[in-house]
Design a protein around this ligand. Structure first.
Ligand code: SF4
Ligand code: SF4
Length: 371
């Protein structure tokens, strides 16, 4: 179970040996990262059926199950609600997860990515009954869900399913007042229902690590020794009722940095909250596309367009201005994948996007910039 602190190891962005193959998890590097994480007193690892094409579950087996006592770490895993089309799918996906990870049970088991549509899908096929059964059987110790929709939908789900023990929300200081994400409203809804909160995307997929120079300057003036990432993590971890803050870690350096922030965690002071507000305004104005690189859209495109990679390049272009290296990156990607202008506006990607980005429209801007 969760011990002494609130930092969780998100397994959505593990190190890979081949940058164009998400399944090529670099197990040697991951072992080193997990060892440091656990040796520093942290225990929580967060996987999902779809992360790294299923390899995040395999990584759990190789890195944790086969190398540590089971009570040395806490496991969270998620049912892919958006892939369920019949009641029999639940057993199929859960059995696969149990097999891939080698885990007899998960400490935390979540219905993944509930929004209005996925919620209706779970009601239709019995998703809530299924996770309750897992809990009765001891195969899931605590049950909950991750969520990407408006606060009123969250309120409805928590009212209709009070048996859910916690909720995982996207919370970071840029999305706090965002009308698309409604971080603050969702957080307040969870608190109203008395549900503990697990935070995802505290650094908005890395966007709060490499922030504009003007914003960086403000943070450094306030606390010269603190990194930009530490402000993002402290913002989320300072909220009452937050029991865990997940950070998707890809390098040993990121583990070291996160561990050092959370080992000696200090909640934000009132003056620091004002500093964050200034920085939030600068970043919000500079971010063109609010993509978090979750890659939920990755397999949906019939034109093989690497959507989050293009948005990342486009955001860099908008933040830092023209840079021939960024244009070269774009050109190199188009040698292997579809161009932004190859989009046929089928809309399949946008349906999967938890950030509600109008992907085809944004790709038009990407094409104008890079082609
Ligand atoms: S709308 Fe465009 S980018 Fe999205 S899946 Fe269809 S072709 Fe691909
Ligand atoms: S476009 Fe949306 S679904 Fe795709 S990676 Fe970005 S945030 Fe995720």
């Amino acid at each position: 179970m969760i011990r002494n602190n609130k930092l969780g190891f998100g397994m959505m962005r593990l190190p890979v040996t081949n940058p164009s193959d998400a399944a090529s998890v670099d197990f040697a590097q991951l072992e080193e990262m997990a060892d440091l994480f656990i040796a520093s007193g942290f225990t929580y690892f967060d996987s999902a059926y779809i992360y790294h094409g299923g390899m995040s579950d395999v990584a759990i087996k190789k890195t944790l199950i086969e190398r540590y006592d089971r009570d040395a770490f806490t496991l969270a895993n998620k049912m892919p609600t958006f892939m369920v089309s019949a009641a029999s799918d639940f057993d199929r996906y859960f059995s696969e997860q149990a097999e891939r990870t080698g885990a007899d049970y998960f400490d935390y088991y979540l219905l993944h990515d509930l929004d209005e549509n996925n919620y209706a899908n779970m009601r239709r096929h019995g998703g809530f009954e299924y996770v309750r059964k897992l809990k009765e059987q001891g195969r899931a110790k605590c049950i909950g869900f991750s969520f990407h929709d408006k606060a009123e939908v969250l309120d409805k789900i928590l009212t209709e399913h009070p048996e859910m023990e916690y909720v995982q929300l996207q919370i970071n200081y840029v999305d706090w007042e965002s009308p698309a994400i409604e971080s603050r409203k969702c957080y307040e809804t969870a608190v109203k229902h008395g549900k503990p909160v697990i935070v995802m995307e505290p650094l908005k997929g890395g966007a709060l690590v490499n922030i504009p120079a003007e914003a960086e300057k403000i943070l450094k003036a306030a606390r010269p020794s603190l990194s930009a990432a530490s402000w993002g993590i402290r913002f989320a971890a300072s909220l009452p009722g937050v029991i865990m803050v997940l950070s998707g870690m890809s390098t040993l350096g990121q583990v070291k940095n996160n561990v050092s922030i959370m080992k000696e965690f200090q909640a934000l002071t009132e003056p620091e909250k004002e500093v964050i507000e200034q920085v939030r305004e600068i970043i919000a104005a500079a971010t063109a596309v609010p993509c978090t690189d979750c890659r939920y859209c990755a397999d949906s495109c019939p034109q093989s367009i690497p959507i989050p990679d293009y948005f990342s390049l486009y955001n860099s272009h908008r933040l830092f201005g023209f840079n021939p290296i960024i244009h070269n990156y774009y050109r190199n990607l188009t040698l292997e994948y579809g161009k932004a202008s190859d989009c046929v506006t089928c809309g399949q990607c946008a349906e999967r996007c938890p950030q509600h980005i109008e992907i085809p429209e944004e790709l038009v801007e990407v094409a104008k910039t890079f082609e």
